[in-house]
Design a protein around this ligand. Sequence first.
Ligand code: ADP
Ligand code: MG
Length: 282
Amino acid sequence: GPPLPKPDRTRVLVVANQKGGVGKTTTSVNLAAALAACGARVLVIDLDPQGNASTALGVEHHRGIPSIYESVVDGEPLAEFVHPVPGFPTLFAVPATIDLAGAELELASVVARESRLKGVLNTYLAETTEAGQRFDYVLIDCPPSLGLLTINALVAGEEVLVPIQCEYYALEGVGALIQTVDLVRSQLNPGLDTTTVLLTMFDARTRLSAQVAENAREFLGDKVLKTAIPRSVRISEAPSFGQTVMTWDPTSSGALSYLEAARELATQPPRSRSASALSSSQ
Ligand code: ADP
Ligand code: MG
């Protein structure tokens, strides 16, 4: 697509929702690919032991291969685990393996356990910027819980992007997520805000989807992107080919909707990225 405006500094987006199956991974990889397809330099960090984002990006993640685990738990430099994503010259990914499943427990007894990811990520971002290869976006794909891994992401990032599945009980749990974000902001990361909400698996034929969209806009206001991601077979089948929908079927409605969402994200007024944050009182 046509080039997007570059952010004035690296935007670190935490893709979080403690519900499983709402489209976190699908959004992380496809939004990242869409941004990269428009020329942005993008890093995806897979922070889910399931490694679904790694699969979708065609990056190996079988047990025992070097992964985000070694960086977050052992403090090894993130640079060692960054892989290029096939088909995208400006897209990179750090894989997760099932080894990460133990991290939640192992981190519990480690010094500064909430800031492990922040430490290695900031060092890496400083190095790449220094080398004239600054990242425009980092997307962190969180596991479906509000445990220590997600907390690490919330401490490392500045913006929280919440995918909401257009299904029954869609907004259930979003309050708890926003409270967690507020807590992390007040205790650990004053710059953190819930800035963006993306409606996923939208089905224009159903009243339910329209209703969820309406409720989301009512409760979450203009954080909700205008673009909703349609339910699409092309989107759901792409990972089984180790691809994002951007390469699997670049002209499909799914690919076009992620491109549109990427454009909206890239053109968000900076104000909505800081001043008018969501809070649990809303
Ligand atoms: P999460 O990471 O939140 O657990 P996923 O991104 O893995 O959720 O999505 C859950 C399931 O829904 C996956 O099988 C995925 O392929 C499917 N899915 C996600 N978004 C779409 C969509 N827009 N259209 C069709 N299927 C989708
Ligand atoms: Mg996932």
